[in-house]
Ligand binder design. Structure first.
Ligand code: ADP
Length: 447
């Protein structure tokens, strides 16, 4: 049994994990940088430890400081949240070597799935279709022209250690290929410390559809359906929904079962997400995330399952308390990521929140660590809140979303709430007729 969890994260996800723990009767330890002394998760946790100065590399990414904090507070488990160290295999291994439970998969699974090339190789063996492309990393010494001719233009050059939509280059013509590979390699080296890149067919009109899985350490795995995360800016999700407006029940069942089966064969432990691009009736795997996702609440809203509590139970060695047939999908849910950015220029807008009034009412959920008087620090990710609403169907969900966005007041800083208001009224969005390139096209048309 886990009695005390150290939350190795900040912001809304730290609060989300704290809430899951307290509902399970588990104590929490918050860690924070000097810039986050007044953060909500620090105020609510049972204990807190300052682990370093503002820059993440000196605090939230400082593995030794985190392990020391866990030791002095007597925590028995560490939850990494998302981002930061959540997909760092070395950290997961260190946590376990020091006798703590890592609330997540094994270091080996994180290592394989954290490398997009190895991940594709692994899932191909499990019968999951992938985006066509180079089977290995490429360098300028290879005959990259021949590889791309085989794949067919346009192609996308991606970092095998990539994340956060960074380090991708789209190439439509032979003549731009070598330069794109050079740029992608440099970006990959700077951002991920690993310059390996590979080539994939660039899909022109896909949707981003991902399957949520839960897998225990006793060989049981279930899927919780899909999320449609096609509305993206710079390859980063802005709006997510479940179920996808584009999928049939039959497709959901087939793809979901394929992913759950892959988890069983793989011996996977914990929560995970298989990400796919979906075009013309076909699914192509792009990557697996071995952690809780930002958008997990949309799945929670339509299944009633608390994914973070399940992560904690699985890490404690318990069996899943339900099987696939017990999971019911009910209604429709949408999540809007609310970033502290100007809604047209997307310039970051940190600063003091002068007024804060989140929306309420039936089937409205706000995951945020904001409060009036709080200063959003400039050092971290700009996402400051998530608004998640549920309706009996998509039409009701959109109506509830519009009225919730109208109620939402965050004064003192700029947010992208006006963008979400425009999206919630847009005819294409209302029809559910959009792909991964829709939002970029929409934003350029507004300029
Ligand atoms: P990251 O790990 O950086 O998030 P992903 O591989 O998950 O990278 O891709 C992020 C997004 O980039 C996808 O949701 C999609 O919008 C776009 N993308 C990735 N691969 C392709 C591809 N082969 N064709 C078209 N778009 C792609």
């Amino acid at each position: 049994m886990i009695k005390k969890v150290l939350i190795a994260n900040r912001g809304e996800i730290a609060l989300r994990i704290h809430r899951a723990c307290h509902e399970m009767g588990v104590k929490t330890v918050a860690v924070h940088s000097t810039a986050d002394t007044d953060a909500m998760h620090v105020r609510l946790a049972d204990e807190s430890v300052c682990i370093g100065p503002a820059p993440s590399k000196d605090s939230y990414l400082n593995m030794h400081a985190l392990l020391s904090a866990a030791t002095i507070t007597g925590a028995d488990a560490i939850h990494p949240g998302y981002g930061l160290l959540s997909e760092n295999a070395e950290f997961a291994a260190m946590v376990e070597e020091h006798g703590f439970i890592f609330i997540g998969p094994t270091a080996d699974h994180i290592r394989v799935m954290g490398d997009k090339i190895l991940a594709k190789e692994a899932v191909i063996k499990l019968g999951i279709p992938v985006v066509p492309g180079s089977p290995k990393g490429v360098t300028l010494q290879d005959d990259v022209e021949a590889i791309c001719d085989k794949v067919g233009y346009p192609v996308i050059v991606k970092a095998s250690g990539g994340g956060g939509g960074k380090g991708m280059q789209i190439v439509r013509d032979h003549k731009d290929l070598r330069q794109a590979i050079t740029i992608a390699k440099n970006e990959a080296k700077v951002n991920f410390g690993n310059d390996e890149v590979f080539i994939e067919k660039f899909l022109e009109q896909p949707r981003h559809i991902e399957i949520q899985v839960l897998s225990d350490s006793h060989g049981n795995a279930v899927h919780l359906g899909e999320r449609d995360c096609s509305l993206q800016r710079r390859h980063q999700k802005v709006w997510e929904e479940a179920p996808s407006p584009a999928l049939t029940d039959k497709q959901r069942k087939k793809l979901g079962e394929l992913c759950a089966k892959a988890c069983r064969q793989f011996g996977y432990r914990g929560a995970g997400t298989f990400e796919f691009l979906y075009e013309k009736g076909e699914f192509f795997f792009i990557e697996m995330n071995t952690r809780v996702q930002v958008e997990h609440p949309v799945t929670e809203m339509i299944t009633g399952i608390d994914i973070v509590q399940e992560q904690i139970s699985i890490a404690a060695g318990e069996k899943l308390s339900f099987s696939q047939k017990d999971i019911e999908f009910s209604g429709h849910a949408i999540e809007c990521r609310i970033n502290a950015e100007h809604h047209r220029t997307f310039a970051p807008s940190p600063g003091k929140v002068l007024g804060y009034h989140p929306p309420g009412g039936l089937r409205v959920r706000v995951d945020s660590a904001l409060y009036a008087g709080y200063s959003v620090p400039p050092h971290y990710d700009s996402m400051v809140a998530k608004l998640i609403v549920r309706g009996k169907d998509r039409a009701e969900c959109l109506r509830r979303l519009r009225r919730s966005l109208e109620e939402f007041v965050i004064d003192g800083i700029q947010t992208i709430i006006p963008l979400h208001q425009a999206l919630a009224q847009n005819p294409d969005i209302i029809k559910g007729d959009y792909d991964i390139h829709w939002l970029e096209k929409y934003l350029s048309a507004q300029e």
